[in-house]
Design a protein around this ligand. Structure first.
Ligand SMILES: [Zn+2]
Ligand SMILES: [Zn+2]
Length: 348
């Protein structure tokens, strides 16, 4: 094992630095994972740009793939072996609260992005480290796909949770607002659940991609009447489910207009900047709408997302825009494409 652990730390707004820290020893109940790839999510981008203000330094990164290089004494001969290809997740829920104990760790009230991970010099989800130490509860195997693709199992797991929260049925019409990676994943996963998907976005290239990835219809509201089109494609009834994957409060308010009777609106994205929206409580009553929030994912979501990707029922390759070596991390952050992904190869 190397004596040095390289980390990519966010040291100031707009600045990341590669630092050398002493390598840690493996706890008996954990394993050491050598990181392969880490994607830069909107969370890291918001911290980097200063939109999301937190104390620095911080080590970000939570969309990650790696390889097990050491298994702690207590875990030997069990489920994980040196050489296993894995992803890491759910490492920021507490594991002991009501929600964690009932298998709903995505809603852990003790969830924090600012916990200091085992072996990490600073707070943060800390996947942007050359080596990380993890409990087996947070480690999930994957097979037959590249580590570049596998680092996107975490976002798949969050979208899987979101899609299931609406309990889609075969033949349901699902409108997806936003054709960034999260919107595209919603379209793919809703389709796997038997939905006919309609994707709305103003970016024609991304709409084209949504069609290639299986969306039944796409709508560009800058040149089409989106509501009229949704009504046309749903034969006058509206959508059974609307997934809003955009961070704009106005869009969430507007999204309800697409709903059919008994329709469900899933608010998937964090709202930046956040503000109050108006809802019509009488309409919710009369049309029996459901408004559902979804954030994060659980162990079960991770396991199933890994299987979906490993068997190639989901395609994430189009979402990887840039692949950077660790030494170019600053550039990877500066050019991170918002709704798609730059990924960093964490080999030093
Ligand atoms: Zn993420
Ligand atoms: Zn918890």
């Amino acid at each position: 094992m190397d004596k040095i652990n390289h980390v990519i730390a966010l040291t100031d707004i707009g600045k990341v630095e590669i630092e050398e820290h002493p390598m840690f020893a493996c706890d008996p109940d954990k394993m050491i994972i050598k990181t392969d790839y880490c994607a830069l999510c909107t969370y890291e981008q918001r911290v980097f740009s200063g939109v999301h203000k937190i104390e620095l330094p911080l080590i970000g990164g939570h969309e990650v793939s790696g390889t097990i290089v050491e298994v702690g004494k207590e875990l030997q001969g069990k489920d994980f072996q040196v050489g296993d290809k894995v992803v890491v997740g759910v490492n920021i829920s507490c594991g002991t609260c009501y929600y964690c104990q009932t298998g709903q760790s995505q809603s852990c009230p003790n969830f924090s992005n600012l916990i200091v991970q085992p072996g990490a010099p600073y707070p943060g989800t800390a996947a942007l480290m050359e080596y990380q130490m993890q409990k087996p509860q947070n480690v999930f195997k994957y097979y037959d796909v590249t580590p570049e693709e596998a680092c996107l199992i975490e976002p798949i797991s969050c979208v899987l949770h979101s899609v299931e929260s609406a309990d889609p049925q075969f033949g349901d019409y699902a409108v997806i607002i936003g054709a960034g990676m999260m919107g595209q994943l919603h379209s793919q996963l809703a389709r796997l659940k038997g939905c006919l998907t309609i994707v709305i976005d103003m970016n024609t290239e991304r709409l084209k991609l949504a069609s290639e990835l299986g969306a039944s219809h796409v709508i560009d509201p800058s040149s089409e009447d989106a509501l009229a089109k949704v009504m046309e494609y749903t034969h006058g009834r509206g959508a059974d489910i609307v997934f809003d994957t955009t961070p704009a409060a106005e869009v969430a308010q507007d999204a309800m207009k697409y709903l059919a009777f008994m329709g469900k609106l899933v608010i998937y994205s964090g709202i930046y900047p956040n503000k109050k929206i108006e809802v019509d409580p009488h309409l919710i009553h009369k049309k029996a709408y459901q408004i559902i929030g979804s954030a994060n994912s659980s162990q079960r979501d991770f396991v199933r997302s890994s299987k979906l990707l490993s068997h190639r029922l989901i395609n994430v390759r189009p979402f990887i825009e840039g692949v950077f070596e660790a030494k170019d991390a600053q550039k990877a952050f500066e050019t991170a494409p918002g709704r798609f992904r730059n990924i960093i190869h964490l080999h030093f």
